[in-house]
Ligand binder design. Structure first.
Ligand SMILES: [Zn+2]
Ligand SMILES: [Zn+2]
Length: 245
């Protein structure tokens, strides 16, 4: 039999759960009032979905000219090991705020909204590619311990759930803890990352969708694809935001 305080506690918990359903929510980025069923306000969604006038068809490097229709210099110099890379939007101020909150400030509840932005824009392309697995860009175990979670895995799980594709976060591993790459040139980043990833076991999948938060030089995604490419697996990749150097 339940004691009185336990009954009260249980009633309060039920009430709180009901409150979450009935009370209006606030946008986790700008604190605007959300409409029912929304995870981000429409203004933030629009900002995070901002597209470049045109972009590299392979790696989504943004161009300023609306009618540019060619591969970017980096893809022409070294063909990427992924067949395409696509982002929910450009790395603008809103994307920087969202990614920082999601990645460094523990706002893991943004996972669903951010995955939804990728799906809204790229679901047909992903379905056409028909990946058998979704693989998040792995963190080195040391960094994972420090941060407590891998933001790319949270995103991958939401994408997997919403697209009904299994997520594999154990086959691709990070073998070296590369230092923060912001101060390095593109070539230095690539050299630094060259052997940073490996497969822990052979993978049966022919097609894999890689997931990360931001792509800038694409060095990390290129490096992730290398062991998959050697395994005979074709990679495509999605990110929240596409930055440019
Ligand atoms: Zn907002
Ligand atoms: Zn490109």
């Amino acid at each position: 039999m339940l004691t009185a305080p336990a009954t009260v506690q249980s009633a309060l918990r039920r009430l709180a759960a009901l409150g979450n359903l009935l009370l209006p929510g606030y946008c986790p980025l700008c604190e605007a009032l959300l409409r029912s069923g929304e995870w981000l306000c429409s203004a933030c969604r629009e900002q995070l979905s901002t597209a470049a006038p045109s972009a590299c068809s392979r790696c989504a490097e943004p161009y300023h000219s609306p009618d540019a229709d060619h591969l970017c210099q980096r893809c022409r110099a070294a063909e990427p090991p992924f067949i395409w890379l696509r982002a929910a939007g450009l790395y603008n101020d809103s994307a920087a705020t969202a990614v920082a909150a999601f990645k460094y400030r523990g706002k893991i509840s943004l996972d669903r909204a951010l995955a939804q932005l990728i799906i809204t824009r790229h679901a047909p392309r992903i379905r056409e590619f028909a990946p058998q697995l979704i693989i998040p860009v792995p963190l080195h175990p040391r960094r994972l311990r420090r941060r407590g979670y891998n933001q790319a895995l949270l995103l991958a799980r939401q994408l997997g759930r919403q697209l009904d594709i299994p997520v594999d976060h154990t086959s691709l591993i990070r073998t070296s803890d590369t230092t923060t790459q912001l101060h390095l040139s593109a070539q230095q980043r690539l050299n630094n990352l060259r052997h940073a990833f490996a497969l822990s076991r052979p993978l049966a999948a022919d097609r894999v969708l890689l997931v990360d938060d931001v792509a800038t030089t694409t060095a990390t995604l290129r490096a992730c694809c290398q062991p998959l490419h050697s395994n005979g697996t074709t990679c495509a990749a999605v990110v929240i935001a596409r930055a440019s150097i």
